[in-house]
Design a protein around this ligand. Structure first.
Ligand code: NAD
Ligand code: 89Y
Length: 343
């Protein structure tokens, strides 16, 4: 079968990972790229040998000749570009955070639905090898019914040198990183009914919050904590590992630093190394994220071909994005937020 032809918009810091991953995805290739910054356009175009280059996404859509678009810009342009894709009936992948507001995100999902085109949010953290290993253990019934969880990302890694915009926004860690952790909590323990959050800013050089502690009530009665921090200086820096603790009716799961998965149940305790692969183009410590970029893009190509729904479709991601908005709302008001009322 002929390869799917893709176009990528936004040739910045993270898009380089997406371009490498597209080169590895079976039966897909990037045939056109777009960036309004000529330097980024040239850099990425030359590195990956892409001849069709555009500074204006509207011109690229007008020329066509591709089966899907991968939107790798920052959030400000997501709604306009997704709606442009829908208007041209082009299936779209959109980077996280999906939108600036839940209202925008809902409009984007509605536009793609009305146009009859698939929309996937590039919510890659659930595709990380260690998170997939936790999901598989639960599916195998290793600990019975989980009733409590903790999803923790605590780091002192300098993310601002590669992504300077992260220091400038009114919102930081929940919108940028906690969004992934909240998605993992949903992926592992299911949808959420109610959320309570507290935030604080520790680093005086940034505008937004860099610490958040979030309590979730899940549909199935489980309770979990999502705690994220970029103000945590540890002896061994864990970036970018999400640590997971789960207590179930028949046992426990602990995903701890160093990609160590410990499962305890009536059969005893087993320990496994669930480290991600170091892909040929990847570099530590980012390799965990980089491998998940490949995994989510391969998944997109497969679903686009078989017509199936993606794991992190736009519609699915509304339920993660609502948690982000609710966390800011709860932190501001000090009160719990009803999630179902937002959707
Ligand atoms: P960046 O600023 O380095 O790159 C964005 C690029 O998009 C820039 O080159 C800019 O010129 C271009 N651009 C913006 N609007 C445009 C438009 N309308 N038309 C054409 N080009 C446009 O940003 P980044 O650090 O690469 O982040 C991009 C997105 O990726 C963000 O939303 C970020 O949150 C996300 N991200 C995701 C992960 C992940 O693991 N999923 C990791 C890092 C960043
Ligand atoms: O932007 C963020 C993301 O999505 O993963 C890690 C990151 O690059 C910095 O927090």
């Amino acid at each position: 079968m002929a390869a799917l032809r893709g176009a990528l918009i936004g040739c910045g810091f993270f898009a380089v990972n997406q371009m490498h991953a597209w080169a590895d995805v079976a039966d897909a290739e990037i045939v056109a790229i777009c960036d309004r910054d000529p330097e980024r356009l040239k850099l990425v175009g030359d590195q990956f040998g892409i001849e069709r280059r555009y500074s204006d996404a509207a011109e690229m859509f007008a020329d066509g000749g591709f089966d899907f678009v991968d939107i790798a810009t920052t959030v400000q342009s997501h709604r306009a570009l997704v709606e442009m894709a829908a208007a041209h009936r082009i299936p779209a992948i959109c980077q996280k955070p999906f939108a600036k507001t839940l209202a925008d995100a809902k409009a984007m999902v509605a536009a793609c639905k009305a146009a009859g085109v698939p929309l996937m949010v590039h919510e890659n953290f659930r595709w990380q090898t260690p998170i997939q290993a936790v999901r598989k253990a639960l599916d195998a019934g290793a600990i019975g019914e989980p009733f409590w969880g903790r999803f923790s990302f605590r780091s002192g890694f300098d993310v601002f040198s590669g992504q300077p915009y992260l220091a400038e926004g009114e919102r930081f860690i929940i919108e940028d990183l906690g969004i992934h952790t909240l998605d993992i909590a949903r992926y592992i323990l299911g949808d959420v009914t109610r959320l309570t959050a507290r935030t604080r800013r520790v680093n005086p050089k940034i505008k937004g919050e860099d610490v958040a502690t979030i309590l979730l009530d899940h549909d199935n009665g489980a309770t979990s904590i999502v705690d994220v921090s970029y103000a945590t200086k540890l002896g061994t820096e864990p970036f970018p590992e999400t640590l997971v603790e789960l207590d179930g009716t028949d046992g426990t799961i602990r995903l701890s630093q160093g990609y160590r998965l410990e499962i305890t149940n009536a059969g005893g305790t087993t320990v496994a190394d669930v480290s991600p692969k170091l892909l040929s183009w990847a570099a530590r410590p980012w390799h965990n994220i980089q491998e998940s970029v490949f995994a989510i893009q391969q998944h997109w190509a497969e679903r686009l071909k078989d017509g199936g729904e993606t794991s992190t479709s736009g519609a699915d991601n509304l339920k993660t994005f609502a948690l982000v908005e609710a966390a800011y709302e709860s932190a501001a008001s000090g009160r719990p937020v009803d999630i179902k009322a937002m959707l």
